[in-house]
Design a protein around this ligand. Sequence first.
Ligand SMILES: [Mg+2]
Length: 371
Amino acid sequence: MAKINKIKIIPIKIPLNEPFIISKGPLTEATITVVQIYCDEGLYGIGECCPYRTIHGETQEGTVAAAQNIARLILGLDVTRIRRIVQIMDQSLAGNASIKGAFDMALYDLNAKLVGLPLYQYLNGDPDKRIETDMTVSLMDSDKMVEKAIQYKEEGFPVLKIKLGQRPSVKDVDRMKAIRQATGSDYPLRIDANQGWNLTQATSALKEMEHLSIEHCEAPIYSQNLIHLKTLRDRSPIPIMGDESVFTHKDAFQVTALECIDLINIKLGKSGGICHAMKIASIAEAQDMDCQVGSFSESRLGITALVHFSMAWDHIKYFDMDSPLMHTEDPVIGGMQYHSDWSITVEDEPGIGADYDPDFLKRFDSITLTG
Ligand SMILES: [Mg+2]
């Protein structure tokens, strides 16, 4: 037994190179809450989350407040009891997926360190799995999006994810026709409307884009309207991926049982961490459904945890792991590396194998709870 004896909460900010724009609005900096969980074995685990107020309804201030509540509940507990601690978090606080995800990530990091295994091995992952990231094009005027798409193709990204979701959706169709023409007929493209369309707009847009060879469409309409989502899926020539519709494993059960989607986008910041993300992956695997993994605006630390998680599941086939590339600064030591072909690998260090540069963290106020 290893007892949790200290928890440190550090809210940090990393400016973005340029605004990241989705249908819900722009983001100019990554507001990340870092959690360190220490145990009496002298080790600590680290996790992080990046709450998106327009998607989670969580703010950085809120995550810091919730983190202190959670910390008081779990100090003194056996760190190896991950499922029990996750249960305590869920019972004491509904929602708040992102901050719960940061705690869960730190717990998995610490437990893998305690047994001396890289996290992917702790999760029975495949060390040879090939992972390569897409790159995201923000929602802007068509000309600017075409320019970015060409730039990213020239930089060697194997696939692009295009942000859409503006009404009328005919504008989005024009954007995609222009991007397809500029990037050539074979270049893989996927799209994400971030719930921006309604059923009528989405139906016509997806039908009009039928011949543009689009891999899949994330979050075409309001995430909770499962009736319309099912109708849309039945009508759409392009596979529908649930993103905002699938936060938890319970959502995953519901939307797949109702046959609303073809694919799931799993994010540790939506599921509440790895413990529940494993359940989402299982639900998808049981019905032979492929998954994507993605993030909010996490650093290489959170993305490294996501890489380890992805290595544990063969049917996770799409990787949206570009968020650190949008940051002005990379304060993370160790962890996943991008290669020139945008493939991604991790080293065989215990745990996540990544940490923040202590000098970077010193720039920010932290809160420490002990017990
Ligand atoms: Mg999405």
